[in-house]
Design a protein around this ligand. Structure first.
Ligand SMILES: O=C(O)CCC(=O)C(=O)O
Ligand SMILES: [Fe+2]
Length: 479
């Protein structure tokens, strides 16, 4: 396992910073920051709120889910005679699997140079990505390994994804000796774009491990030794699924030619009414209820904040960002949401952004400073705001009325990555203006001890309030 600080994010703001605002408009923010930092910097051990927040953090982090899974498929039956067709310099060509050295080299030689997304377009930069590619319809495979190998049902079961998945072949990557692809996230191609599947074709190569990192953990492929046939084993395909917001890289190929199929994986939307029961959500709900009922916890009232552990694709067109976004929640984030909903807390989803990224257009470089929280050391100038108000306009438009009412914020889980504020273009394996990753925190309101006591005695249930209309926010801002 590598050091957690290895992870990098690649969203860089492409727009000018938001207009300078009058001092008075920042006051709510400074107050809230001062209050919130009480729980990040040396939380006092004799403070019940800090102790309960730490217990909750422990329980919530424990409910994390895998972010990637990997396996192999024997090349028997429908895969035994599979062919890859491609357009080469002399027209149409085809190769059999397992790839012999001459065929793998010819496939590589016929490919286009691979670019990647940066600074509002695709660039070719061999210090970051050295690979070639073929894209459909210039490439095709006679039997689809994702279907034949039943990869999608396995992924759904292993990662606890309750929606049907669809995999679309995006391209064929080839890497000769020295080839690699630096750490990146896969550019979202829509709000339903959830993951990536890479299938490694059998050929002779060494190195070229695909490494996926998330939240301080890593999953690594072992394909160079797994895919080639031996005396007693058929050739195999290696595969990996990853949530595409997770950082991943292809380590240098040390010899031979490595060939992979890259698929974009989409999750079906509109599956309401089919809620899966998460057994660990019940335990988290109980912990939240216990905290709520403990009148020593945030006695003056305030908020608890959970930074979601995955980033989510968001588009300019999402009007109801909260509702649209929670439907896309991945892994443990869905369990956390369910727990907060079941505890009937009044919650909102707020964007988590880093201003500092705007100053560093080179953060895609592999030696760039990672943007990640270290412990509870939250940088001072971070903003939390309504997604629909804040993301794409340049207006810095928080909603102090609901959120920053000068109350304490106890952070239960902290963000592990985030994008720049107002960052629209995404930086990843391909430039795409369709959607961008956002990082969000689920923030729930905790009434004062007095209010909670009254509610508990009267059996009053605290319900999620409907979001305030935008003009209310504007009025509040102008006051
Ligand atoms: O070739 C691989 O294993 C992964 C390639 C990749 O990450 C990409 O094309 O985005
Ligand atoms: Fe990738």
């Amino acid at each position: 396992m590598s050091d957690a600080s290895d992870s990098r994010t690649f969203d860089i703001a492409d727009q000018p910073p938001p207009k300078k605002q009058k001092k008075s408009e920042y006051e709510w923010y400074d107050r809230a920051y001062a209050k919130a930092s009480k729980y990040w910097d040396d939380p006092p051990e004799d403070d019940p709120t800090s102790v309960i927040a730490a217990t909750l953090e422990d329980k919530f982090l424990h409910a994390a889910r895998p972010f990637a899974c990997t396996g192999t498929i024997d090349m028997v039956g429908a895969l035994e005679k599979v062919k890859v067709y491609y357009t080469g310099p002399d027209g149409e060509a085809s190769v059999n699997l397992p790839l012999n050295t001459a065929d793998a080299d010819a496939l590589h030689a016929a490919g286009q140079l691979s670019m990647f997304g940066r600074d509002g377009g695709n660039v070719y930069d061999e210090s970051y990505r050295l690979a070639r590619e073929h894209r459909p319809p210039q490439v095709a495979i006679s039997a689809d390994p994702v279907l034949v190998g039943d990869i999608l049902p396995f992924v759904r079961q292993h990662l606890g994804i309750d929606r049907p998945l669809r995999a679309v072949l995006y391209k064929v990557n080839t890497y000769s000796a020295g080839g690699f692809f630096g750490a990146h996230r896969d550019t979202p191609k829509g709000t339903d774009h959830i993951g990536t599947i890479t299938v490694c074709l059998p050929s002779e190569f060494e190195g070229g491990e695909l490494v996926v990192r998330h939240g301080g953990k890593e999953v690594k492929s072992e394909w160079s030794s797994q895919v080639r046939p031996t005396a007693d084993k058929p050739a195999r395909l290696g595969w990996m699924f990853l949530y595409s917001d997770c950082d991943h890289e292809v380590l240098p190929v040390t010899s031979g030619t490595r060939v992979t199929l890259a698929y974009d994986v989409f999750a079906s939307q509109g599956m309401e009414g089919e809620q899966v029961k998460y057994s660990d959500a019940a335990e988290l709900t109980d912990a939240l209820r216990a905290a709520y009922q403990n009148l020593d916890f945030l006695p003056d009232g305030g908020h608890i904040a959970f930074a979601m552990q995955h980033s989510y694709p968001h588009t300019r067109c999402d009007e109801l960002a909260d509702e649209a976004l929670v439907k896309e929640f991945k892994g443990g984030d869905m369990v956390w949401l369910r727990a907060v909903q079941d505890a009937q807390l009044d919650w909102r989803l707020l964007g988590v952004y880093s201003d500092s990224m705007e100053d560093d257009p080179k953060s895609y470089e592999t030696d760039a400073e990672p943007y990640r929280f270290k412990g509870r050391d939250l940088p001072a100038q971070e903003g939390f705001m309504y997604l629909q108000d804040a993301l794409f306009g340049s207006d810095y438009c928080p909603n102090p009325k609901w959120f920053f009412d000068n109350k304490d914020v106890a952070w239960i889980t902290l963000p592990i990555c985030w994008g720049g504020r107002n960052s629209y273009m995404s930086y990843g394996n391909e430039w795409c203006a369709e959607a961008t990753y956002v990082n969000v925190a689920l923030v729930a309101k905790i009434p004062t001890a007095e209010e909670r006591e009254a509610a508990l005695n009267g059996g009053v249930v605290v319900e999620k309030a409907t979001p305030e209309p935008k003009q209310d926010n504007d009025e509040e801002q102008q006051e």
